[in-house]
Design a protein around this ligand. Sequence first.
Ligand code: ZN
Length: 352
Amino acid sequence: MSDLLQTLLDTRSWLLADGATGTNLFAMGLQTGDAPELWNVDFPERIARHYQSFIEAGSDIILTNTFGGSSYRLKLHNAQDRVGELNRAAARIAREQSDGAGRPVVVAGSMGPTGEILEPTGTLTQQEARVAFAEQAMALKEGGVDVLWIETLSSTEEVVAAVAGAGEAGLPVVVTLSIDTNGRTMMGVTPSEIIALQAELSPAPIACGANCGVGAAEVAAAVVNMMNAADQTGIRPIIVAKANCGIPEYKDGHIVYTGTPELMAEYATLVHDAGATIIGGCCGTTPDHIRRMREALEQHERGVTPQVDVIVQKLGEISTGAQAQLRGEMSVQAGAAGHASSRRQSRRRRRG
Ligand SMILES: [Zn+2]
């Protein structure tokens, strides 16, 4: 079993993950509606260049181009029978780039949501979801990943199934959820509930946290809320923060993200102060952003946990739901008041 991630965690106070996959592949010619995972076989040199760009920018962890690599997601492209092939290919290319990096770079096998809603709200059973995640996890392992990286999930039911499925491969597991709906996931999970949940998961994840969602400020608030919950329970989890590069806006028919490299550098040091150990970007985050985040983290000494006004001043608005959580008012209902636009944004959400 690979322990590269644990080895790095034991020797460093922060690790820099990568940025967006989708955003960068769109810049290489991927069209809206295409399955990025097909490029692992059709354009392997572009996928290699994508990984290489983040390694050169300073990432300690790169995620494979397999976010939609489960049979349920590939079915949308009539490629549900190619789970093994596409995931193995993505992992092998990443492994090659990592092995040639000249320093340790963790290859993390990205596993996104199935896109289905699990029982009892939906119809997909725990067992069906688990089987799909296990199939993807085994292929990523065969391709040589160091760790399985479950990301952008929304429901506790799917987290349980994904972790159990990933666990069948016998590799370390990381799990992050998307806080995009007034301080909660689309299915209502709060940052503090992520902490409680991760303590119950089997196998126990090596790290947990938040990715994607709304903007960098909201992820910073989520990190503070997760650490507060951890303090109360005595659990000391390794926290992951992988925020979108600002807020998405439509410009000339495309989605662009407003975050500058300077904003993401500010975000990186702020979430480190808040308690995050694994720090990266999600949608919109390019190698240029990652390069500035690396410089900022290298010059930074961990400071005190940022207060709400500091997060707002440096990174932007926080939803009323997240603010209430920061004040210790945990009874706020999902979707009540708060970001008028958060639901619209979550529908528009693109893969990392
Ligand atoms: Zn994202």
